[in-house]
Design a binder for this molecule. Structure first.
Ligand code: G3P
Ligand code: CA
Length: 280
């Protein structure tokens, strides 16, 4: 009888302790992994210039961001260019899939945009042109994708980065929604930090926690305190991207309070001001 009482007491104490930990994790954010959260210029300073252009990256670099985010696509003749979409329809004066054009053909088209009521035109840059512009003065946060379902961009990408000696200087992070692509990058260049991205509404905490990647990329609306805390306890950095520009500022403020480690920002100055609070 006495033993049963002691056992009951023990079990209740354990349950109480457990609920305290769970309760605590739900209300208290764990510290970030990094000392200072990273400002990652999403497709360059796309709020002030045509996205993924040399000028957009120059503006971001001048703002002293921590990294330039670059989406890669591959032309029909195997050249890596900075372009988010599979086609050039949305951001240029051309039409069609990047992979259907040779570099020479795609260079006939230009990116187009309107900023401060002015129409802006600039050429589509290759990755090599971007690296030639910034050399080892910037950190390149590069996103790989499959090319028509195939792992074609990883080898030329790593070759190019090695040629400019960027990997050994810790100037590269590679991100992808494709685990296949990350696995290939890991085999080619094991020292490059990798970010596994999860699309909006597709976040999988178990996969994020058990995967081998040090950084997890999540769309803002999928982020909760529990997710951030659980990943931080695993030692993983959380980098947030923002699909909805209309809610981006409020979402940045919200995830700031959760201690996330990086912002793929479409609004560099806003993010920098937000993070300045840490130093005030
Ligand atoms: O790379 C982070 C973020 O850019 C992922 O989404 O579609 O903008 O490339 P997306
Ligand atoms: Ca991207």
């Amino acid at each position: 009888m006495l033993n049963k009482g002691i056992n009951l007491l023990l079990v209740s104490s354990m349950l109480l302790a457990g609920s305290y930990i769970v309760g605590k994790s739900e209300i208290e954010p764990e510290p970030a992994i990094v000392d200072s959260p990273k400002v990652i210029a999403h497709r360059g300073a796309n709020d002030r210039f045509n996205e993924s252009t040399i000028t957009a990256y120059k503006i971001a670099a001048k703002d002293d961001v921590d990294a330039l985010e670059i989406d890669l696509r591959m032309t029909a003749d195997g050249v890596l260019i900075a372009m988010h979409d599979e086609t050039i329809d949305r951001t240029t004066n051309g039409r069609g899939s990047v992979s259907d054009y040779s570099l020479e053909e795609i260079k006939e088209f230009q990116t187009v945009g309107t900023f401060d009521q002015k129409r802006i035109i600039e050429e589509i840059p290759t990755l090599r042109e971007i690296i030639e512009t910034f050399k080892n003065t910037e950190h390149y946060y590069i996103e790989t994708r499959l090319v028509n379902g195939e792992l074609l961009m990883e080898e030329p990408l790593i070759e190019g980065l090695l040629e400019y000696d960027l990997i050994s200087q810790n100037l590269v992070t590679i991100q992808s929604f494709s685990e296949e692509s990350l696995t290939k990058i890991q085999a080619l260049a094991p020292e490059v930090p990798l970010t596994l991205l999860f699309g909006k509404g597709k976040f999988d905490l178990k996969k994020a926690k058990t995967s081998d990647y040090p950084i997890i990329g999540i769309e803002a609306s999928d982020i909760t305190l529990r997710i951030v805390n659980e990943l931080h306890r695993q030692g993983k950095e959380i980098h947030v991207f923002f699909n909805d520009r209309s809610t981006e500022r409020e979402e940045q403020r919200r995830v700031y309070d959760l201690n996330v480690d990086g912002y793929f920002t479409n609004d560099i100055r806003f993010t920098q001001d937000l993070l300045k609070q840490d130093n005030d």
